[in-house]
Design a binder for this molecule. Structure first.
Ligand SMILES: [Zn+2]
Length: 56
């Protein structure tokens, strides 16, 4: 498995905005899922379409 460096961008298609951009060095998928349940929970709770995208 290749070492992935870069960023994970959390994007809400419903709000059409980027909620956050996180360095994959410090945030793995589990931590990102935690953020969705805490920091960005309002979007998830309202049923928004929230995508996670890997960027360089
Ligand atoms: Zn939203």
């Amino acid at each position: 498995m290749p070492c992935m460096t870069g960023y994970i961008e959390i994007y809400c298609s419903s709000c059409k905005k980027t909620l956050g951009r996180y360095n994959t060095k410090f945030y793995n998928d589990d931590k990102i899922r935690d953020l969705l349940k805490t920091t960005h929970s309002v979007h998830v709770r309202d049923g928004h379409t929230v995508d996670m995208m890997r960027t360089d």
